[in-house]
Design a protein around this ligand. Structure first.
Ligand SMILES: [Zn+2]
Length: 107
């Protein structure tokens, strides 16, 4: 079993009780701050996710030949924008997953 020795929020060492579930947070405050961080990241994801949807739409419009003046440069820029938005979303999602693991994984 993977026994965590440091607090998932503040990284301070946690004294584990000899019996019972290993603790993931050193205090109720640290658990709450991790909870808040999850909500914050969740909200932050809204913007890049809708940004990504807009960029993908734009790229699809260009690829369909429907954009006015959609030359190679325009398409390259659209591909770049989509890639950047995907990376931003993936980064936030992986941070969110890590935190959720800390909060929800059974001890
Ligand atoms: Zn802590």
């Amino acid at each position: 079993m993977n026994v965590r020795l440091t607090c998932a929020a503040c990284k301070r060492p946690i004294e584990q009780a000899a019996t019972g579930r290993p603790r993931k947070f050193c205090s109720e405050g640290c658990r709450r701050s991790a909870d808040l961080e999850v909500r914050r990241l969740d909200r932050q994801l809204d913007i890049p996710e809708s940004r990504l949807a807009v960029d993908r739409n734009w790229l699809a419009t260009i690829e369909a030949g429907l954009a006015s003046g959609g030359g190679t440069q325009t398409k390259q820029k659209a591909v770049f924008d989509v890639t950047r938005a995907e990376l931003r979303v993936a980064d936030l999602q992986s941070r969110l997953r890590l935190l959720l693991d800390e909060l929800e994984a059974p001890a």
